[in-house]
Design a protein around this ligand. Sequence first.
Ligand SMILES: *Cc1c(COP(=O)(O)O)cnc(C)c1O
Length: 360
Amino acid sequence: MARVYNFSAGPSMLPEPVLRQAEEEMLDYHGCGQSVMEMSHRSSQYEEIIGGCESLLRQTMQIPDDYDVLFLQGGASSQFAMVPMNLKKNGRADFVLTGQWAKKAYSEGKKFLSAHAVADSSDKTFTYIPKLSLETFDPQADYFHICYNNTIYGTRFHELPDTGRVPLVADMSSCILSEPVDVSRFGLIYAGAQKNMGPAGLTVVIIRKELVGNAGPEVPTMFDYKTHADNGSMYNTPPCYAIYICKLVLEWIRDKMGGLSGMKEYNEKKAKLFYDCLDRSQLFKGTVEPADRSLMNIPFITGSDELNKKFIKEAEAAGFVNLKGHRTVGGMRASIYNAMPIEGVEKLCAFMKEFEAKNA
Ligand SMILES: *Cc1c(COP(=O)(O)O)cnc(C)c1O
């Protein structure tokens, strides 16, 4: 059976060596006679898995010691609410509205505090990252929220805002582990795992320790970061299997991809290939301001709904699946996360050229 090239925005492809290893270890993990899915999360074997995953993530992202790493559930969407529940002090926070996920973080924030949009790129359907000016930032804000990579619209921050003493909070669901980042610039980073880290069901939070333990008494135990920080993400049953796959993905990044700097080089090569293919085409066109282009999600169009449909259909038949754009953008979107092999991008580009020649 041939595997397809899956350009889905998430859940997305996992590295084939990771799937193979998971297959090998499925019925009998390291001689213990059971799968990781079946074992007690309190067993020494599982402690090794979750501990290994955390220390690998710390190594890979060079997470400073004054940060906690939490393995939670509920998706990035739960973090839109958990962040204000835990970081609220003065009751104000700043948001940059760069797309649907950023807007969701903003509207959830509004339920808990006075949320202020410092900039907004909805005037051009989020095809660019708005310029930020320091004077509009609230120096008393409890946090400043950005969506680092906008999965739906295909833009990303290339420069981080300087928020001074206000903790910068970033939704990195669709770009975490795609390149090195300076974790110390952030108060809190969160990500749903299903784009670049592993399967759905795991949500990773990386939080500066001084931001943990400030939740009010009304915050439910499970939604208090301190609960999870104090218990090594084992207050209750963690998403065991997703954490195990995440560990394998981190080993793959370390052993096969040259860590995050190697990963960045590989991702830049793939993205350049695809953007060049769009820029040279007479038919296909990227939708995003070139300076703000994402490394991971690339929306594009033909200018005709009919041709878009035809392209998506023929691409799927040729083994390039999930190229349909988000319903709010239309057209196509190619998500080329870490696990998308460069051959997938090369072959898609060749297929696009062929399609263009036939439909000129
Ligand atoms: C996918 C995604 C989300 C939603 O994640 P869930 O884990 O499904 O809640 C939030 N933010 C960004 C940037 C995403 O890409």
